[in-house]
Design a protein around this ligand. Sequence first.
Ligand SMILES: O=C(O)CCC(=O)C(=O)O
Ligand SMILES: [Fe+2]
Length: 211
Amino acid sequence: MTLTVKEASIFDHKGNRIMTEDREITIIAKMEDPKIAILGNVISDAECDELIRLSKNRMNRSKIGSRHEVSNIRTSSSTFLPEDDITTRIEKRLAHIMNVPVEHGEGLHILNYKQGQEYKAHYDYFKSKVQAMNNPRISTLVLYLNDVEEGGETYFPNMNLSVSPQKGMGVYFEYFYSDPVINERTLHGGSPVSIGEKWAATMWVRRKQYR
Ligand SMILES: O=C(O)CCC(=O)C(=O)O
Ligand SMILES: [Fe+2]
């Protein structure tokens, strides 16, 4: 008999719903190894619009890696939003969904992809041993702030999975498995937007306090 030991997950929700302090989130789909969950009703239309409005004049060409380089891997523009009422409220809600203290989150990172822009397949966890040892990233929640006419899916090439952006929905995944092969399945990207534009917000979470 083979014994399969289930690895720990921090996404600890049963049933179809997650009740947070101020909103009821729906679990639309879920898979294991790695844990990936598609979530509905994460934020309201008004919150989406407000996050976009707050970001519009702050967007800069996205960078990658610890040396913050401009690269064709990631052609979007982005910004980290400062703390205010709305970001604090949403970060608190996301921390509840992700089952981590809010101080472990890196803050709301807003992304904008114009037509043709993309984020090629990548891992969210750190490659550098030092960073990975000190305070690794363990999970991600990508929120969609608008409906994209065509393209802009979040895709997981090793899982043959692709999530279409829809305003207010999100995709959660985690990657602190002891088996590196499972972590590598979280390879993902944002496919090029073919018609329209895409607004998204990413929350990356660390193992230990970050802020
Ligand atoms: O835009 C997307 O769908 C994915 C974004 C992403 O992978 C990230 O922000 O780390
Ligand atoms: Fe990512």
